[in-house]
Design a protein around this ligand. Structure first.
Ligand code: PMP
Length: 422
């Protein structure tokens, strides 16, 4: 895939990084699943609005009015990008973690006053696991070896116990794989439960629509959607969000405050206490607008091509094994996790960086239950691609690992090892 070009230009496109031998090389950012570089168009938009920001929803001055208008227009764009229905609310949050914690405070209690029950799988990122575990009302299902077995387990559990919510990932941050959304929605809705999709790894990589899928809530992060840190979103059904526990207590979320009683706004203001991050919202909206201009089929094809090369190239190397959550998952996004037999993942990742200028992630990816079930308590290595990834970067990773496997690390690996263990 040497000649595959990025779909959209990213601002960090030509960053050169130092190697341990004193030379430098164009950075190969194969860690976009952690944080994706800003699109060039997003960087341009941020520079344009940076000089203009002022207080949002709180000032009468002209720039305050401009900032408020920009913020509310951004909300519209962000909601539209994920196919918000007419009655849905778009809450601008800090990231997916905030969005999911926010929703956890909004699941209605059962008739007897105990918290509404939530069904989750053990494949989830901690952000879509711990907020539910903490409510004490979550049941954790072990994922099956296949999609079909996992769907059967979900169906069985939904039939046994009444659930308010099925909280499930749109694409695993470990393997890029997913369960079919249409089946999840059908099973949950047939059992009277709503569906929350953790869209952190899905929304930046596939065209997703609440309206088209029937999913009730989606959460995602700007910094994985080619915008900078600090803005994300929760989008979905209004009723729970209008009445749930306000995410933060503070200015802007309240209608009226007395010393002894407070009345709260409905959503979205209810959950957006504090001065809003207008630049972050504008940046995320700009990223959504840019992604919306790309033909969905070419977006998916670009990633599928790079991912297939990664999986085949890595699996072909002696002692290198790609990890799967399900044997039969279809249409995975561009996230590939692998292990190199007899080598610590952290050292392999350090070697790739220091000797080849390739950025990957190593560790347990905030998904300890899944890694544990897959026998990977020692961690693994993750490479991920996106709209800004060129085929050359993928080939470099495979080439670097091929020489690691064939010749062992070069002499410099010892230096890296020392650096890493210091
Ligand atoms: N869910 C998934 C699937 C993720 O990949 C991540 C980030 N790794 C999160 C949730 C949390 O996102 P954030 O750190 O932006 O809150």
């Amino acid at each position: 895939v040497q000649d595959v070009a990025p779909v959209l230009p990213v601002a960090s496109g030509d960053t050169f990084v130092p190697l341990v031998d004193g030379t430098s090389v164009r950075y190969a950012n194969l860690d976009v699943a952690a944080s994706a570089p800003a699109l060039a168009s997003v960087a341009a938009r941020v520079s344009e609005v940076l000089p203009l920001y002022a207080s949002v929803h709180r000032g009468a001055g002209y720039l305050s009015q401009v900032s408020t208008a920009l913020y509310e227009a951004s909300r519209q764009s962000i909601g539209a990008f994920v196919g918000a229905r007419a009655d849905d609310v778009t809450i601008v949050t800090r990231n997916t973690t905030d969005s999911l914690n926010l929703l956890a405070g909004c699941v209605p209690a059962q008739a007897d006053g105990t918290p509404g029950r939530v069904l989750v799988l053990d494949v989830e990122h901690h952000a879509n696991f711990l907020p539910w575990q903490r409510t004490g009302a979550a049941t954790v299902l072990t994922g099956g070896a296949t999609v079909a077995a996992t769907l059967d387990a979900i169906e069985g559990e939904l039939a046994r116990t009444p659930y308010a919510l099925l909280a499930v990932t749109g694409a695993s941050n470990v393997t890029g794989e997913s369960l079919p959304v249409a089946d999840l929605v059908r099973l949950a809705h047939d059992a009277g439960a709503r569906v929350l999709l953790d869209g952190a790894q899905l929304v930046p990589h596939r065209r997703f629509s609440l309206e088209a899928t029937g999913v009730d809530y989606v959460a995602f992060s700007g910094h994985k959607t080619y915008a900078p840190f600090g803005a994300g979103a929760l989008v979905g059904r209004r009723d729970w969000l209008d009445t749930g526990t306000p995410f933060l207590a503070g200015g802007g979320a309240v209608r009226n405050v007395r010393v002894d009683a407070t009345t709260w706004h409905p959503a979205p203001a209810r959950h957006e206490a504090g001065s809003p991050n207008v630049i972050g919202a504008v940046a995320l909206a700009a990223a959504c607008e840019a992604l919306a201009t790309v033909d969905p089929a070419s977006l998916a094809e670009h990633e599928a091509t790079l991912r297939a090369r990664l999986v085949d190239g890595l699996d072909a190397l002696e002692g290198v094994h790609v990890v799967h959550a399900w044997d039969d998952a279809t249409d995975p996004v561009g996230v590939v996790t692998f292990v190199v037999e007899d080598h610590d993942p952290g050292l392999v990742a350090a070697y790739l960086s220091a000797e080849h200028g390739i950025g990957v992630r190593d560790g347990r990816f905030c998904a300890h239950p899944l890694l544990s079930r897959l026998g990977l308590d020692g961690g693994a290595i993750r490479a991920s691609v996106g709209v800004g990834t060129a085929g050359e970067e993928v080939e470099r990773l495979i080439g670097a690992l091929a020489s690691f496997v064939a010749d062992g690390p070069r002499a410099q690996y010892a230096i890296v090892e020392n650096l890493w263990t210091v």
